[in-house]
Design a protein around this ligand. Structure first.
Ligand code: ZN
Length: 238
């Protein structure tokens, strides 16, 4: 059958007002795109560790206040009267990549390198969710390039610290003593031949590549996909 986008709607996330406000906003958005109530199901892709079996946000940072522990599926079903399927946003993004594999029983390793480092794993044509929905969260794997550096999770030496966009920018700041406003600034300086910029980017890319290489050996995927904003900064990264 043919997939077709019938309506689009965008609104700001009321992140500081808490989970109930976010659920209200989601229900409002659903009503906006389906004013005649024709939908029979809602699918939602959300940030955080999401367990689709129970529809719960298992854990999350405080980017959305009180998001960890939110009953995402039940909360939205209550507000809309519709059944709700939910999953982590990176896993949802990886879904079409899995569907695009020539082998319907194929395996996929997907990394999203952007503001953080997320990921998704699929084996034998099925997305892995793992205990409590944690499978595929690649950002907190140990990375030798990040040794000793504090991570947002409270531990040290994790991939996200050195390979995410903010991680690369922070590494450049450590090398030069100046903090650029954004990753694109570092990329432009690298393109101009500045050695510290080249080093910050290649260190981040090497760290991501090392972790993905190890996972590829463990998983034997048919395809490795690296998505997110960071890989788009140029050929040097690849
Ligand atoms: Zn961490």
């Amino acid at each position: 059958y043919k997939r077709q986008v019938l309506a689009r709607h965008t609104r700001a996330t009321p992140a500081r007002e808490g989970a109930a406000a976010v659920l209200d906003a989601l229900a409002g958005a659903a009503a906006e795109v389906d004013p005649d109530g024709l939908a029979s199901l809602i699918g939602i892709a959300a940030a955080g560790v999401v367990d689709p079996r129970g529809g719960m946000v298992t854990s999350a940072t405080d980017s959305i206040r009180g998001w960890a522990g939110t009953a995402l599926g039940a909360g939205l079903a209550d507000r809309t009267g519709l059944p709700v399927a939910c999953d982590n946003d990176v896993r949802a993004t990886a879904g079409p990549e899995l569907a695009a594999l020539a082998d319907s029983r194929g395996s996929l390793l997907y990394a999203a390198v952007g503001t953080g480092v997320g990921g998704a794993l699929a084996v034998d044509g099925r997305m892995l969710h793992g205990a409590a929905g944690i499978a595929g969260h690649l950002g907190h794997l140990p990375s030798p390039e990040a040794a000793g550096l504090p991570c947002t999770c409270g531990a040290t030496g994790h991939l996200e610290v050195i390979a995410s966009g903010p991680g690369i920018t922070a590494h450049y700041a450590r090398l030069t003593g100046t903090r650029p406003d954004r990753l694109e600034t570092v990329a432009a300086r690298a393109a101009g031949g500045e050695q510290a910029a080249v080093r910050a980017i290649t260190t981040g890319a090497t760290a991501a590549g090392r972790v993905l290489g190890g996972l590829a050996n463990a998983l034997g995927p048919d395809r490795v996909v690296v998505g997110g904003g960071v890989p788009r900064i140029g050929a040097l990264y690849r």
